[in-house]
Design a protein around this ligand. Structure first.
Ligand SMILES: [Fe+2]
Length: 134
């Protein structure tokens, strides 16, 4: 298990690519902490940190989409909102102490898969659109 940034994830918009890299690093930190079975407090604060960064990042993308009148804004925003909801659910589970090996594995898989798929599809589409319109 693990997540590492690859050049092929770049969408060609510097600000977004930079934030995506940072997202990967923070996710990697959380995955490592899970694997090393660090304490709940540390896991919770890493997840909190990641959740906050995700929000900031989504806001950046959405602002750019508005600026460029991106036609898929609505769908893209919905995908973002769904992911934020997922992270909130995990945060809640953590707080309620429902954290076990299975839920941590699910958290890892969910975040990793979502990030990679979303970047390769939706964000790449956004990158192509911005490049074609600027
Ligand atoms: Fe996105």
């Amino acid at each position: 298990m693990g997540i590492s940034w690859k050049k092929r994830f770049e969408i060609g918009v510097e600000e977004i690519d930079k934030q995506h890299k940072e997202l990967f690093e923070q996710t990697e930190r959380l995955l490592k902490a899970c694997q090393e079975k660090r304490g709940s407090e540390e896991l919770e604060s890493l997840l909190e940190f990641l959740g906050n960064y995700v929000q900031t990042h989504f806001e950046t993308e959405e602002k750019l989409q508005k600026k460029y009148n991106y036609p898929d804004y609505k769908e893209h925003k919905k995908a973002h909102n769904d992911f934020v909801k997922k992270i909130e659910e995990f945060k809640q589970e953590f707080k309620e102490g429902k954290k076990n090996v299975a839920s941590l594995m699910r958290l890892n898989r969910t975040i990793t898969r979502w990030l990679v798929n979303h970047i390769k599809k939706e964000d790449q589409g956004l990158g192509d659109y911005i490049k074609g319109n600027s």
